[in-house]
Design a protein around this ligand. Structure first.
Ligand code: MG
Ligand code: ZN
Length: 362
């Protein structure tokens, strides 16, 4: 009788758990604990680059899935027009600094970045980029050097960083180095599996994963990069899901900037469309799982790009550039998920760091 009673209680408890899960389905997105944070950076992606997705894409742009929109001023501490090093430092570390600097404030003091801050409170962390993983934008999220060109030092700092997952190009900074240092074995010593051929079902959350898939930058979309950015973003999300707990992931579409420096609109539009597709992968995840803050922004605009008129013909668009460099136009911020409303308004690029930390228990 006693035994029967126990079974009855267990069945009752199980039933009530199942039904409460079902009945709370609508509220299931409000989960206790810190939200995941996914930061997507389109390097050089001003409003006209975003707009290009509306006129050149086959599908409705994923930018359409956001309701909380803001604008950021990207100037660095001394220059009205930022470079990607100072911009990455502002976003990742919360301080405006000098152009070319990574992870140091204007007094050359090392300042903690989001990966360091969030891993301290238990977040898993990752970065993905279509440049070398040691390039200025991703480097801002794990390294501290006075010049962005110090990519050998940046690679060494990556090996000893808190990152659990990274994907991009840049083998030349890890092997065949001028100083003869072999960083791949160092990564393996730190529990990384390198270029491991895994799927969502075969990945092992007890390892960290490193993907170095090109000598320097990844190929361009016009050079058949294919679905690297959306696919590895999906893989990272599968990995973090399997690890459990909260995570921070930075994903960069690096070559929007490179194409704009070249004033090559076909190249730039292909990179914007690839970035938009990646935004779609992230939004699918965030909408399905909940408790995930998605922020899409640019570090600055490049090219002074405009969707202009073709000699007064308002029925066709002529992509035009005003410069081969960066511009200082305000750039858009799109946010979705818990705390997304905090990203509305017009503010400075370094506020992004503080807004993220204020939403993640800091
Ligand atoms: Mg970049
Ligand atoms: Zn640039």
């Amino acid at each position: 009788m006693n035994q029967l009673f126990k079974i009855f209680i267990i069945v009752l408890l199980t039933f009530s758990m199942v039904t409460s899960c079902v009945s709370n389905h609508q509220e299931a997105k409000v989960v206790e604990g810190n939200p995941n944070v996914i930061l997507l950076i389109g390097d050089g992606m001003g409003l006209s680059q975003v707009s290009a997705a509306y006129y050149y894409g086959k599908n409705e742009p994923n930018f359409n899935r956001f309701k909380e929109i803001g604008l950021i001023n990207t100037s660095s501490v001394k220059h009205k027009i930022t470079d990607s090093g100072a911009a990455a430092t502002a976003l990742a570390c919360g301080e405006k600094t000098y152009n070319g600097v990574i992870g140091l404030d204007k007094d050359s003091t090392e300042i903690p970045n989001l990966v360091e801050e969030l891993s301290l409170i238990g977040f898993s962390t990752g970065v993905i980029s279509t440049s070398s993983i040691t390039h200025a934008t991703p480097a801002g999220f794990y390294s501290h050097v006075w010049n962005r060109g110090m990519q050998y030092e940046i690679a060494e700092q990556l090996v000893n960083s808190e990152l659990d997952f990274f994907a991009g190009g840049g083998t030349k900074w890890f092997m065949d180095r001028e100083d003869g240092k072999l960083l791949i074995p160092e990564l393996e010593k730190n529990n990384f599996l390198i270029n491991s051929d895994i799927t969502a079902s075969t990945l092992d959350p007890n390892y960290k994963y490193a993907y170095l898939l090109a000598k320097d930058g990844m190929p361009s979309m016009l050079d058949d990069r294919g679905a690297f950015l959306p696919d590895y973003t999906k893989l990272a999300l599968d990995y973090f899901t399997k690890r459990g707990g909260s995570f921070f992931l930075m994903v960069e579409g690096s070559q929007i900037d490179w194409a704009a420096h070249d004033n090559n609109s076909d190249y730039m539009i292909a990179e914007v469309l690839d970035f938009d597709k990646t935004v779609g992968v992230v939004m699918d995840y965030a909408e399905l799982k909940g408790n995930t803050l998605v922020i899409v922004l640019a570090d600055h605009e490049t090219g002074g790009f405009a969707l202009g008129t073709n000699d007064g013909d308002y029925s066709t668009i002529k992509p035009v550039f005003a410069t081969y460099g960066h511009s200082t136009t305000l750039v858009p911020v799109f946010a979705y998920g818990p705390g997304a409303e905090n990203f509305k308004g017009v503010y400075d690029n370094n506020d992004i760091f503080h807004k993220i930390l204020s939403l993640t228990g800091n």
